[in-house]
Design a protein around this ligand. Structure first.
Ligand code: FEO
Length: 167
């Protein structure tokens, strides 16, 4: 059973993962409005991934004998100045998430919750991957100088499929 402090910290992150999901879902709508279905597809997969993160934590709290609690979620932004601005927002957001996961790990260490430390290890690795992937797209977008290159990148991003990782 997690300590009260541990339970509250994970619950806070469950709600932040849902907030993350909503940001990316809002970006799906933005990219569709810009005529970029490949970018929208990529963000739809990202939305699913964030819901998966939230559910992974939700199920962990329940399995550990705690209580998962949902709170009000802030409204996500609705518009961005450009595809690059949206992906820069995504990268900045993922860096915040990484900081939050690291803080969670510190709470687990302070609470001497070894099971939770093992559980959080997956998220530590996942955040490295998340930042690297988004950063790669930001860099590609910085190189895009005309509509043709944006179209090619859109075609690229159209291929992303979210597959739930094996347990
Ligand atoms: Fe759930 Fe993108 O971190």
């Amino acid at each position: 059973m997690p300590t009260k402090r541990m339970e509250e910290a994970i619950n806070d992150q469950i709600n932040f993962e849902i907030f993350s999901a909503n940001i990316y879902l809002s970006m799906v709508s933005y990219f569709e409005s810009q005529g970029l279905p490949g970018f929208a597809n990529w963000m739809r997969a990202q939305y699913k991934e964030e819901i998966f993160h939230a559910m992974k934590m939700f199920d962990y709290v329940l399995e550990a004998g705690g209580r998962a609690t949902l709170t009000a979620i802030d409204a996500p932004p609705q518009d961005w100045d450009s595809p690059l601005a949206a992906f820069e927002n995504a990268l900045a957001h993922e860096k915040i998430v990484t900081g939050r996961i690291n803080n969670l790990m510190e709470v687990a260490q302070e609470e001497k919750d070894h099971a939770c430390q093992i559980f959080l290890q997956w998220f530590v690795s996942e955040q490295m991957e998340e930042e690297a992937t988004v950063s790669d797209i930001v860099n590609k977008l910085k190189l895009v100088s005309d509509g043709g290159a944006l179209f090619m990148l859109d075609r690229d991003l159209a291929t992303r499929v979210f597959t739930e990782p094996a347990a």
